[in-house]
Design a binder for this molecule. Structure first.
Ligand SMILES: Cc1cc2nc3c(=O)[nH]c(=O)nc-3n(C[C@H](O)[C@H](O)[C@H](O)COP(=O)(O)OP(=O)(O)OC[C@H]3O[C@@H](n4cnc5c(N)ncnc54)[C@H](O)[C@@H]3O)c2cc1C
Length: 414
């Protein structure tokens, strides 16, 4: 595949853009593959990419029931940070954040990674103590964060109201190299690189069953027939329980709708990401000028990609307290995704009771930021049977009581 470059843009401009190749192929499925990944979201595509890049496994199919990146990967608010409390989490999220720094070069695809900084506001004394504790933990983990004063928050975000009617801003956890990236570009960049390695990305094909023999996987039933494999990676976010059911095991997962909205575009007014977890809302400004706003997850299980109306109201009300200047903005659009929540708010990257079947799920409200780290570790787990990045995130932790409690870092935040 031809490389994208300034020279290529100039060349194509001179010939009316007639020479661009398709970014990825749309092949017919083969009879079998060395590995199959179900789900062409960011995590599935990144897994396929690192299977090829790090382990030379390229006879791989990524099977997607809709279009690639059409799940949560194309629906999130793109916040990237690694300021988690527990060591296992900090390791995988920081690995991911580091890979985002060079992703555009590594994939030869502009994913618009923007390390503009992320502040998590502390608006109660409990939060102050919690975030100070996280800052200390991050220092030990080698993750650069700091707890900053309200005055410093105001310097970084001049439009903020420090003295909100319910909760004053008492400080914040600041990660200067956190930020955002263009979410669908991440999926497209990985897809293009996978296709370039000879992998098959098979869209509009639903996996409807998992075929087993003697307790081991032998392939998947799909809407286009049976496809054989001895290694199956299930990476389907909000549908993880459905796929696990097909394979014959249960997951400690709940699926709920999480939603976001954007305002009409306005002039640049905020050049970092602000998360206000006590009042339950967060905001950044897109390159187009829209204020990108996200809120909490629905309080009941569902599979609707919409989210409930009262949540928008709550989120907007909360953010107007913190940023009064947004009160007269018009909402441009709203959407939802189905996220997969575990009890300890940490993901599952694990072998399963079915030999040859691996599961990557439970990223809940905050998996976009983890895509490259998750793909890196999960590919290693699938290729070698063990990865230091995923070792703590096994399914057994729920039986053994070894929870990785991230309810402060991930229960609300993204
Ligand atoms: C509104 C919202 C805001 C968010 N904000 C953030 C944020 O700011 N930062 C952050 O880090 N995270 C955020 N997240 C979470 C993040 O989007 C997800 O954790 C992440 O995208 C999950 O990626 P994935 O690849 O696992 O899943 P997905 O992108 O959902 O991909 C799974 C794919 O599997 C496919 N699939 C399902 N069933 C089948 C089947 N039977 N056969 C074939 N294919 C199937 C689906 O069609 C889908 O394309 C947000 C999520 C939402 C919904």
């Amino acid at each position: 595949m031809r490389r994208y470059s300034a020279f290529a843009i100039a060349r194509e401009a001179a010939r009316y853009h007639q020479g661009w190749e398709r970014a990825w192929a749309s092949p017919e499925p083969k009879k079998s593959y060395d590995a199959i990944i179900v789900g062409a979201g960011g995590h599935g595509l990144a897994t396929a990419f690192y299977l090829g890049k790090n382990f030379g496994i390229t006879n791989v199919a990524v099977i997607e029931k809709g279009w690639l990146g059409g799940g949560n990967t194309g629906r999130n608010t793109t916040i990237i940070r690694s300021n988690y409390l527990q060591d296992a989490s900090a390791a995988i999220y920081e690995k991911a954040r580091g890979l985002y720094e060079t992703m555009s070069q590594d994939l030869n695809y502009n994913v618009m990674f923007s390390p503009r900084g992320v502040i998590m506001l502390a608006q109660t004394h409990h939060e102050v103590r919690g975030y100070q504790r996280t800052a200390h933990a991050n220092a030990l983990q080698g993750v650069k964060t700091e707890f900053i004063s309200p005055q410093r928050v105001k310097e970084i975000v001049p439009i903020i109201n420090l003295d909100g009617p319910r909760y004053p801003v008492l400080g914040g956890l600041w990660q200067a190299r956190g930020g955002t990236a263009r979410h669908d570009a991440v999926a497209w960049g990985y897809a293009r690189a996978c296709s370039d390695m000879g992998m098959d990305i098979i869209q509009k094909t639903e996996v409807t069953g998992v075929r087993k023999e003697n307790g081991a996987v032998v392939g998947v039933e799909t809407s286009r027939g049976f496809i054989g494999t001895k290694k199956l990676g299930i990476v389907v976010a909000g549908h993880s329980g459905v796929l696990a059911d097909m394979a014959g095991f249960r997951l400690p997962i709940e699926s709920v709708a999480l939603q976001a909205l954007v305002s009409e575009p306005i002039k640049p007014c905020m050049d970092c990401v602000v998360m206000a977890n006590t009042v339950h809302g967060y905001m950044s400004q897109s390159d187009k000028g829209e204020m990108v706003i996200g809120g909490g997850a629905d309080g009941y299980n569902n599979y609707t990609q919409r989210g409930s109306f009262h949540h928008i109201e709550e989120t907007v009300r909360a953010l107007v307290e913190t940023f009064p200047m947004i009160s007269r903005l018009k909402q441009l659009r709203q959407w939802g995704g189905i996220v997969d929540m575990t009890g300890d708010r940490s993901p599952i990257l694990s072998k399963t009771p079915v030999e040859g079947v691996f599961i990557n799920c439970g990223w809940g409200t905050g998996g976009f930021k983890a895509i490259p780290g998750s793909g890196w570790g999960f590919a290693e787990l699938m290729a070698r049977g063990y990865s230091p990045l995923t070792a703590e995130f096994g399914l057994n932790r729920f039986k053994e009581g070894r929870f990785i409690d991230e309810s402060v870092a991930a229960g609300v935040a993204h």
